[in-house]
Ligand binder design. Structure first.
Ligand SMILES: C[S@@+](CC[C@H](N)C(=O)[O-])C[C@H]1O[C@@H](n2cnc3c(N)ncnc32)[C@H](O)[C@@H]1O
Length: 266
């Protein structure tokens, strides 16, 4: 299993780290392609050593795409660049002021800002009264593991509708984790109606996650749905501790026993 890795390289707002175990149980077997149109940090992708013969990661955000391209093709250079980026408030300020000159510098710094910031938003240096500092060594080890895991993963940089046009096939499966209805500020322009139109025309199987809200339930009325709950992260300050999400599918998912190839959560 050395070419696999249970963790992504980065944290990302809306990342499915907490829910990956639950979601993975509804992913069908016997698929030819496993495709993530809204890849983000790719927590589901990295949860298994291989989901299918064809695997595709896609995101519209060029920093995310470049982090994974550089981790895949230039892991040593990324490691060298990151090695001495210590957990320091002063360095955090400098990196925010200067995002880097070369592509490798830029992506190492992008990773650094996510890794060392509060809520992985990249804005404020993250410290805690009680939790220890995140391990630098752990992240350095992950660069090599992620590089190997991505060896046969196609990394695309398209808007989801173009990606779907290229890869839609009855034998393929799409894990769709779009921006949410009531998501982060920068997600609020997302066209949910267009997503509905694209998904409702597809031949492949898809499993979609949304914040569990009336808008999502109304838009996808008639499809299979299941609610899920996760513990809130940074949004905790806005109220209670639990956040409800909904899984929606265009097939009747059969809950699989936990696949032995999946990694156990720590
Ligand atoms: C909720 S995040 C995905 C999180 C991911 N599942 C994970 O575990 O980290 C949604 C992602 O959709 C991407 N996105 C937003 N609009 C998009 C579009 N039109 N096409 C493709 N990706 C898009 C964002 O850049 C963001 O990374």
């Amino acid at each position: 299993m050395d070419a696999a890795n249970q963790d992504s390289l980065i944290s990302w707002v809306g990342g499915k780290k907490q829910l990956r175990k639950t979601i993975s149980q509804y992913i069908p077997n016997n698929i030819q392609g496993y495709i993530e149109p809204f890849g983000g940090a790719g927590w589901l992708l990295f949860y298994k050593s291989k989901w299918a013969q064809l695997e595709v990661y896609n995101d519209i955000n060029s920093d995310l795409v470049n982090v994974f391209r550089i981790a895949k093709y230039h892991p040593e250079a990324l490691l060298k660049e990151y090695e001495y980026m210590m957990a320091s408030r002063e360095l955090f300020g400098q990196v925010r002021a200067n995002p880097g000159f070369t592509e490798i510098q830029r992506e190492a710094r992008f990773m650094f800002l996510l890794h060392r910031s509060f809520g992985a938003i990249g804005e404020h240096f993250g410290t805690s009264k009680l939790t220890p500092v995140k391990s630098q060594q752990h992240l350095l080890k992950k660069i090599d593991l992620v590089s190997k895991r991505l060896d046969k993963v196609m990394i695309e940089h398209l808007s989801f509708e173009e990606l779907v046009t290229k890869y839609d096939d009855p034998q393929n499966f799409f894990f769709c984790d779009p921006p949410y209805f009531h998501g982060h500020d920068y997600d609020l322009k997302f066209d949910h109606m267009m997503l509905y139109d694209v998904l409702s025309e597809m031949e492949g199987k898809w499993l979609l996650t949304y914040d569990d809200c009336q808008e999502a339930r109304d838009l996808f009325q008639g499809y299979w749905m299941k609610s899920m709950v996760r513990q809130k992260g940074i949004e905790r300050k806005h109220g209670d501790m639990e956040y409800k999400e909904v899984l929606i599918a265009n097939y009747e998912p059969i809950k699989q026993g936990l696949n032995t190839e999946l990694w156990d959560d720590e």
